[in-house]
Design a protein around this ligand. Structure first.
Ligand code: TYD
Ligand code: MG
Length: 441
């Protein structure tokens, strides 16, 4: 296709006055029929697959087990897109990982955003010396490629894609064309040299970024570092992984010396004293393949009488909560209509699973009745509109973890229960039964 939009890279066989993808006027220019070569490793001639040397056994690990469970061990040449909002800790974590990856050879950390002195300060703060860790402050892709060819590092970090100037005619730095071109060329370089490459990419809350989604197809692994509200907790999630399951999540904590692993993530979100509190319910939720116990807290109080009652949630879906309040009203005959209801997930985690429904209902009734659920009891189940209780995804796996963490009892939807789990199971087929079992109605 001989024409391409200067702004977003959209291709068209004929010149267009306005780009149908990004809406830019007069942005089409001729590209001379060139077709992207893609990023396939080796290029080259067909080979018998059986004769291709196996990359198994050569996986790079960072020595931070939490991070490794997400990255899944990187094979040489792997390209990892590392996304996150500004300030979340991408540069910090990557500098830490870079310092650990020197075990596999030279590591080159290129920053287009920070001067050597700035990075040095951070390295000192993180206690990093790193003899084989190289730093370069550079934005020109050509210069980065030249440095890579000279140094032959085992690992390259480019911080960030948005600050790489890939082509002189590609428009502003950070534009879609520049970012895509930079990612494509760096991916090709990584494959050609068998060099593990991390590409940092900024994501903004509004989602208007030149980044991850447009280059995801070029990379092998795409992860995202997320802050859990304003706290120090960080989750490293995987959006794509050609080498491992994408279901894994790492739980990390930002401290004065960078990011560290949280000792017992499953129990991180429930209070340590585990004293029973009216209006709280402990629910095993899934983050990736991992079961985390979270405490759902409710405060139900008579409304002010003027205007509709308040309904607020933090970390839970408000619409789902409104539905559950209607189910409570209708099927339990409990009046919550005129009450103000505030709900939160302790610790700031976002819980979007229907498996938390029963916990939400139990917390609401607990607060209303001022009765506490025993501290050794968890609840889990989806609540249907008919007041029925439904099984949840990976129920047995959740309960296995609950038992391991020292809980004694679980109120669960009726149905198959895991065998040989040291947990007293209380199967219920309706919300009413479950609330009765918990002594809340
Ligand atoms: P940074 O890695 O620069 O974020 P990003 O590259 O994603 O924009 O880190 C940003 C924040 O992390 C900054 O506000 C300071 C904080 N921080 C710590 O709390 N502890 C540390 O050891 C370091 C290096 C940074
Ligand atoms: Mg940074």
């Amino acid at each position: 296709m001989p024409y391409r939009c200067r702004e977003c890279g959209y291709r068209s066989p004929k010149w267009l006055g306005r780009c149908p993808q990004c809406g830019q006027w007069e942005s089409f220019e001729e590209v001379g029929g060139a077709v992207d070569e893609g990023t396939a490793a080796g290029g080259g001639l067909p080979q018998i697959l059986a004769a291709v040397p196996s990359a198994a056994g050569e996986r790079l690990t960072t020595g931070m087990p939490e991070v490794d469970r997400v990255l899944g061990g990187l094979i040489p040449g792997a390209v990892v897109l590392f996304g996150g909002e500004p300030g979340v800790g991408k540069s910090t974590l990557l500098l830490q990982l870079a310092a650990r990856l020197v075990a596999y050879g030279k590591v080159l950390y290129v920053s287009g955003e920070e001067a050597p002195a700035q990075v040095k300060l951070r390295a000192e703060r993180l206690g990093i010396e790193g003899d084989s860790l190289y730093f370069q402050s550079e934005q020109e892709l050509l210069a980065i490629v030249r440095a890579v060819k000279g140094l032959e590092p085992a690992v390259l970090v480019v911080d960030s894609l948005q600050t790489v100037l890939a082509r002189p005619d590609g428009g502003e730095i950070g534009s879609l064309v520049q970012v895509r071109e930079a990612a494509a060329q760096l991916a090709r370089l990584a494959k050609g040299l068998g060099m593990v490459t991390f590409l940092v990419s900024h994501i903004t809350k509004g989602g208007e970024f030149a980044g991850p989604k447009t280059v995801e197809h070029l990379v092998d692994v795409a992860v995202q570092l997320e802050g859990v509200r304003e706290g120090e907790l960080r989750l490293l999630r995987c959006a794509k992984n050609r080498f491992a399951s994408t279901a894994e999540v790492a739980v990390l904590q930002m401290g004065p010396a960078g990011l560290s692993e949280v000792a017992n993530p499953s129990l991180f979100f429930v209070s340590q004293d585990r004293a029973p509190k009216p209006g709280a319910a402990i629910v095993p939720v899934l983050e990736g393949s991992r079961t985390l116990l979270v405490e759902i807290q409710a405060l139900v109080a008579p409304g002010g009488g003027v205007g509709p009652p308040q309904r607020r949630t933090a970390g839970l879906d408000l619409n789902r909560t409104l539905v559950l309040l209607a189910v409570i009203e209708k099927h339990l005959g409990v009046h919550v209509r005129a009450m103000d209801v505030y709900l939160a997930v302790a610790g700031g985690l976002e819980v979007r699973e229907p498996a938390a429904d029963l916990g939400v209902c139990a917390a609401i009734l607990g607060s209303l009745r001022n009765r506490a659920i025993p501290a050794d009891t968890v609840v889990v189940g989806e609540v249907g509109l008919a007041g029925d209780l439904r099984p949840v995804r990976k129920g047995p796996e959740r309960l296995q973890e609950v038992a391991k963490l020292g809980f004694a009892r679980a109120v669960v939807p009726s149905g198959p229960v895991p065998k040989r789990v040291r947990l007293e199971m209380v199967p219920c087929s309706t919300l009413r039964e479950a609330m009765e079992a918990l002594g809340l109605i």
